[in-house]
Design a protein around this ligand. Structure first.
Ligand SMILES: Nc1nc2c(c(=O)[nH]1)N[C@H]1C(S)=C(S)[C@@H](COP(=O)(O)O)O[C@H]1N2
Ligand SMILES: [Mo]
Length: 330
């Protein structure tokens, strides 16, 4: 079994979150804004400028830059303060580029054009389409979205993208299709994490067809009114905000319709900790930590976690006939 091959130091979805390091950096950046900069802090400040430069330049030269900012969908937006981009774009999970939170820099090595997407499996006809063509076909909108990692941290991010349902409709799945599997790129040359062969690369995730068709399910192509930064999973990633963050697969290259429930990346690694459904629920703790509350990385404080991450009115009906046990919420 794969998990036996994992070295002892690998804690899937790391139990230890380097928040202290990250908070210090944030405090420093605030200090910088206030003009209270100590001489010793200069190297870190340089780091911040470099990071802004990368994100601005990359966004400007993106071939879809003209599509942003897109109009906001207020009815599917939460009314919470946005988490600052300087936080959300420097605290990421993207195991292809490392298992720490500061992967944003390594992720800049990802080549995001050309980017061909394959739509196959139980569909009328297989489709191969360039990301730019797909993005230009679809109705882009902005949604202020809650983003809750299974590690119990949370952010509020202005995603831009299109309803996953539009892609499903375009694919024309056969009646026998019950699930949609999504797969991330595979390129160990640039993604050093993919050289760690004890992980079941490439990263995969899955949804039922009903979940994929839910109005909340979104293919994200941008954030903060710009094309998506690489560390967020450019050129396109998933957002299913009632589910834990690990369902939000990044840098997707393939959508496959299938009759059988796909095994997902984290489910293969640790099935007793990360299941297929992964709906947010404060009432069912992770085997190694509580899910009752989360650290809001923007506010810098712990807040109570909500059932379905607060999106119950949109999605609770999907699970009404299922046993409301741990499996639905891990
Ligand atoms: N391909 C890929 N997708 C991924 C991951 C990953 O390691 N690889 N991490 C997941 C996890 S655990 C989380 S919490 C979110 C993080 O998204 P963010 O970095 O945009 O906040 O991405 C998810 N998608
Ligand atoms: Mo996560």
């Amino acid at each position: 079994m794969l998990i036996k091959k994992l070295p002892g130091w690998v804690l899937p979805e790391s139990a230890a979150t380097p928040e202290a390091v990250f908070r210090n950096r944030r405090a420093l950046m605030k200090g910088v804004a206030a003009g209270a900069i100590a001489a010793g802090a200069a190297p870190l400040l340089a780091g911040c400028e470099e990071e802004d430069a990368i994100s601005q330049a990359a966004a400007a030269e993106d071939p879809t830059a003209d599509l942003y900012p897109a109009e906001r969908n207020e009815s599917l937006s939460v009314s919470l303060p946005l988490t600052d981009e300087s936080i959300t774009s420097t605290y990421n999970n993207f195991y292809e580029f490392g298992s720490h939170k500061q992967v944003w820099k390594a992720a800049q090595a990802l080549e995001i054009r050309p980017w061909e997407i394959l739509i196959d499996g139980l569909v009328e006809q297989e489709i191969r389409i360039e990301a730019d063509e797909l993005i230009r076909k679809m109705p882009l909108e902005e949604r202020i979205t809650r983003h809750r990692c299974v590690e119990a941290w949370a952010m509020t991010i202005p995603w831009t993208g299109f309803p996953l349902k539009n892609l499903v409709d375009m694919a024309r799945p056969l009646g026998s299709a019950k699930y949609l599997e999504m797969t991330t790129f595979s390129n160990p040359e640039i993604a050093k994490g993919q050289r760690q062969t004890f992980y079941p690369w490439p990263y995969t995730e899955g949804l039922t067809i009903a979940e994929a068709g839910n109005e909340l399910s979104m293919i994200v192509t941008g954030a903060y009114g710009k094309p998506l930064a690489k560390q967020f999973g450019a050129p396109l990633r998933l957002a299913v905000p009632w589910k834990y963050g690990f369902k939000h697969i990044k840098s997707i290259v393939r959508f496959r319709f299938t009759e059988e429930r796909p095994k997902t990346f984290w489910e293969v690694i640790a099935p007793s900790e990360y299941g297929f459904w992964a709906n947010v629920n404060p009432g069912f703790s992770h085997p190694r930590w509580t899910q009752a509350s989360e650290r809001d990385l923007g506010l810098g404080e712990r807040v109570a976690t909500k059932l379905y991450n607060g999106y119950g009115e949109h999605v609770a009906h999907l699970y009404a006939d299922m046993p409301q046990d741990r499996r639905l919420f891990m």
